[in-house]
Write a protein that binds this ligand. Sequence first.
Ligand code: F6P
Length: 320
Amino acid sequence: MLKRIGVLTSGGDSPGMNAAIRAVTRTVLYHNMEAIGIKRGFEGLIEGDLIPLTRSSVGGILLRGGTMLRTARSPRFILQEGIDLGISTLKNNNIDALVVIGGDGSFHGAKKLHTKGIRVVGIPGTIDNDMAGTDVTIGFDTACNTALDCIAKLRDTASSHDRMFIVEVMGRHAGFLALETGVACGAEFVLVPEIIVDIEALCKKIRYAKARGKTHSLVVLAEGVMSASELAIQLKGKCDYEPKIVVLGHLQRGGSPSCADAVLASKLGSFAVESLIEGKNGVMVGSIDGNIVASPLSHAWEHRRSLNSEMLSLLDILSI
Ligand code: F6P
């Protein structure tokens, strides 16, 4: 029987992680178990940096950005020595099971623990939305809204001044954030790592749009393609504009979660604990077609989702 459940956040933070921590904690307490927070992800697990989580210690965090447990990327947890130290922390503190909130890198860590006999469930939290086993990850919706808000402001000034902006968004090796934001803001062009970039064709389109009377041009560029400054160099002198560049960067990781993210995080956090109670182990929880489901942890990286082809053609149709 489970008595103590640990929870940690790992990798890049994402809006809604606090909501997930709260949901995990309160569901654990609801079932008369104890909740233990592990600080700074797997680093804190290695070092035994723990705090008890109570009903009130997770009060007021639901709509706060970042993660109250803090987070880290842990190179030490790749090594066997780090994993063994993490397991010792769990055993020495009588932690029966662990909830890992993070992206696929964090799930690799979770999988290593699972292989060594630790009961573990993962909750997908990353702004990149690049994990299988869920249609959407915690933080993605908020990050898109943050980017959208910034791009709407850029559009105002771009069109007042007849300017072109290249807006670099995050997403690591995936284009989900760029595509979603690009469609939502009506970007003229969206460049994603999943599709080979043809600079000549891009310049032709930009020149054509200008000739047709467009007073600005917005290119949403996924960081996984190249940097905004690199693209500006490649476009120099070829597209009738001197592109200005804006890198949204970590702005996209901050802020209060949107309603969708707060609800998703609450559902997944609670379901993760219920799954452990039911005896599930080595799984991630996710939302597929509106249903909350569990699938093997490795699913997250073994079955990479591709970009939605309907969104890609929608962008093509609407951006002319
Ligand atoms: O995985 C989330 C993410 O924000 C990526 O979009 C980005 O490439 C990366 O993390 C940045 O990581 P860091 O904050 O460690 O620079």
